[in-house]
Design a protein. Structure first.
Ligand code: XMP
Length: 517
C-alpha cells in the first residue's frame, strides 16, 4: 500500500511548500482542508498541521478536533499548528512583543530528540509569527529555543506530538529538510518509495483498471501537463486514446504545426482542429480582458465538444489537471483574479467519466514523469502558456496582423533565450531553462516615433517579460544579462515589421501578475 502523510491546511501561504518538501523525500503526501482528515484511510502514516493567517484566539480561527488522530499517528504542528495544539491542551499563546519575522538561530536544542537528529549547533531557521507560545501544557517539554523564543520547538512527553514555531519548509530554514526527514522517515516510518518510476507503474495499472477497454478522449494544449497526461494514457491504453488539439489561432509562431509533429512522433492518436476563424471572428473588436477570456473559454468548449461528439464510443474524458490546480480551487481564503480557462464543461449527453492521472503531482514531478516516459526534453521543459494564448498578450482588440507581429517578435525572443548559454554550478544551461516563463506583449494601442535609416517610423512597442518562480503563485522578474537584452532588442526592431521599440517588464507578482491581461 502507498504510504502517505496528510498535511492539514489551515490557510498558510507555505502549505504547498510543505507538500513539495515531503515529496522530495520520496514520500507521497496529500494536502487537505484542516477539517477533512480521512479517518478511514489506513495508508496514512503521519500528520502535519500547517500555519495559518489567524491567531489561535481569533473568533474566526480554524479549529479542529484531533482526538481521533492523537495517540494513533505522529503529529507535527508548524507555526499555527504548533500554537493550536499547545493552546487547546492548556498551554498559553500570547501576542509576541513585536512580530517575529525572518532569520533566527536555534541557540539550544535537545540533541537526543529524534526531530533534531543530525542537527548542527545554532542552526538557522525562518520565523514568521505574531504570536508566541509562552507556556506549554503540563507534561510537554521545550526541545529547542532561539534567543527570543523559548518554545521554538516542543514535544509532548506522553504522545507522539511535536510542534515547531519556525517554518522548516522554507529555503531559509537551513536544516528544515533534515527536520522534515526526521519526522517523515524516522518518526512516521516512511519507506521513501514514491518515485516517478513507481508513479508510472502504479498509474498505468490504475488507468487500465479505471477505463478497461473503453475509449478515452483528451484535450491537448501543447503544454507539459496535457502532453505528459497523453503519453501516460497512451502507455496504458494505446490507441483507445483519442486526443484533440484545437488551434484557436493565437498560439506561438508555428506552434500548432510543430507540436502536432511532436505528438505524431510520440505515437499519439491526435485530431488537429483549426478553429482560428471562429475564435478570431468572435473576438473581433473585443478589448476587455475578462470578456476575451470568457469568449475563448466558451468557444473552446464548443469546438472541443463538437469534435468529442464525433467519437461516439467515448466513455471517458482525460484531463491534465495537476495538484496545484486543485489546491488553488480548494484554497480556503482565495479570490478569483482572472478566470483561467482549461478544457472544461463536458458534453452532458455524452455522460463521460473523468480521468485525471496527474492530479496528485506538482509541476516538477510532472516533468520528471515525462522524462521517465522518454519524452523529448523540449516538450518537457516548455514554459507554461496560458489557455487563451496570445489573446492575453495583445492589449486591445485582436486582429490577424497583430497576431503576426506578436508571433514574429516572440519568436525572436524565445529563440534568443534558447541560444544564450550561461554556466550554472559548472553546467551550461540556456537562459530559457533558467527562467520559469518568458513572453512578449504587444502594446497595440500605443504607437511611438522612431527612425530607421532615413525613414520616420510610427509603430508599436513590445514588452518582453521573463520571470523566475516555483509555482506561478509568486514571481520575480528575471535579471537577464544586458548584452542579451541589447541584442534581442536590436533583432526584434530590425526583423519584425510593425515594432519600433522594445521594453522590459520589471514588475514582480504580486503586485503585478505574470500575464498582462
Ligand atoms: P497570472 O497571469 O495569473 O498567471 O500571474 C499565472 C500562470 O498561469 C498562466 N495562465 C493561465 N494558464 N489558462 C491556463 O492554463 C489560463 O487562462 C491562464 N491565464 C494565465 C500564466 O501563463 C502563468 O503561468
Amino acid at each position: 500500500m502507498q504510504q502517505k502523510i496528510i498535511i492539514l491546511d489551515f490557510g498558510s501561504q507555505t502549505t504547498q511548500l510543505i507538500g513539495r518538501r515531503i515529496r522530495e523525500l520520496n514520500t507521497f503526501c496529500e494536502i487537505l482542508p484542516y477539517n477533512k482528515f480521512p479517518h478511514e484511510d489506513p495508508s496514512v502514516i503521519g500528520v502535519i498541521l500547517s500555519g495559518s493567517p489567524y491567531s489561535v484566539y481569533d473568533p474566526e480561527a480554524f479549529k479542529v478536533d484531533l482526538s481521533k488522530i492523537r495517540g494513533r499517528l505522529p503529529i507535527l504542528g508548524i507555526c499555527y499548528g504548533a500554537q493550536y495544539m499547545s493552546y487547546t491542551n492548556g498551554g498559553k499563546v500570547e501576542p509576541a512583543g513585536s512580530r517575529e519575522y525572518g532569520r533566527a538561530n536555534l541557540s539550544t536544542f535537545d540533541q537526543s530528540n529524534p526531530l533534531f537528529k543530525n542537527f548542527t549547533p545554532n542552526s538557522q531557521v525562518w520565523m514568521s509569527h505574531g504570536d508566541t507560545i509562552t507556556a506549554l501544557p503540563q507534561g510537554w517539554k521545550t526541545i529547542a529555543s532561539t534567543e527570543t523564543v523559548t518554545n521554538a520547538a516542543y514535544q509532548s512527553d506522553t504522545e507522539k506530538i511535536w510542534g515547531v514555531q519556525f517554518h522548516p519548509e522554507v529555503f531559509h530554514s537551513v536544516q528544515g529538510t533534515q527536520l522534515l526527514k526526521n519526522f517523515v522517515v524516522d518518526i512516521c516510518g516512511s519507506r521513501q518509495d514514491w518515485s516517478s518510476a513507481s508513479f508510472v507503474e502504479t498509474t498505468v495499472r490504475e488507468i487500465r483498471q479505471q477505463v478497461g477497454n473503453d475509449r478515452v478522449i483528451l484535450g491537448l494544449s501543447g503544454g507539459v501537463d496535457s502532453s505528459v497526461c497523453a503519453v501516460l494514457l497512451n502507455k496504458a491504453i494505446g490507441d483507445h486514446l483519442t486526443c484533440i488539439f484545437v488551434d484557436h489561432g493565437m498560439l506561438r509562431k508555428n506552434e500548432f504545426r510543430d507540436v502536432m509533429h511532436d505528438y505524431e512522433c510520440l505515437g499519439l492518436n491526435v485530431i488537429g482542429v483549426d478553429a482560428s476563424d471562429k475564435f478570431l471572428g468572435d473576438l473581433a473588436g473585443i478589448t476587455d480582458p475578462e470578456q476575451k477570456r470568457k469568449i475563448i473559454g466558451r468557444d473552446f468548449i464548443e469546438v472541443f465538444n463538437a469534435e468529442a461528439r464525433k467519437i461516439t464510443d467515448a466513455k471517458w474524458l482525460a484531463q491534465g489537471t495537476i495538484y496545484p490546480d486543485r489546491i488553488e480551487s480548494l484554497n480556503i481564503t482565495g479570490k478569483v483574479i482572472k478566470s483561467h480557462h482549461n478544457v472544461g464543461g463536458l458534453p452532458k449527453e455524452m455522460q463521460l467519466g473523468l480521468c485525471e492521472p496527474l492530479k496528485w503531482l506538482f509541476k516538477d514531478e510532472v516533468r520528471r514523469v515525462g522524462r521517465q516516459l522518454g519524452m523529448p526534453d523540449h516538450l518537457i521543459t516548455r514554459h507554461p502558456f496560458p489557455g487563451p494564448g496570445l489573446a492575453v498578450r495583445i492589449l486591445g482588440d485582436i486582429t490577424r496582423e497583430k497576431i503576426r507581429i506578436l508571433q514574429d517578435a516572440d519568436d525572436v525572443y524565445i529563440r534568443a533565450l534558447r541560444d544564450y548559454k550561461v554556466t550554472l554550478n559548472g553546467k551550461e544551461v540556456s537562459l530559457y531553462d533558467q527562467v520559469w516563463q518568458a513572453s512578449t506583449v504587444l502594446l497595440s494601442s500605443v504607437r511611438s516615433v522612431g527612425v530607421m535609416g532615413d525613414e520616420r517610423t510610427y509603430e508599436h512597442p513590445v514588452a518582453l517579460r521573463a520571470v523566475t518562480s516555483t509555482d506561478a503563485m509568486t514571481a520575480d522578474w528575471a535579471h537577464l544579462p544586458y548584452d542579451f537584452m541589447a541584442k534581442v532588442s536590436n533583432d526584434i526592431i530590425n526583423k519584425v515589421k510593425g515594432v519600433n521599440r522594445v521594453c522590459y517588464d520589471i514588475s514582480s507578482k504580486p503586485p503585478a501578475t505574470i500575464e498582462w491581461e
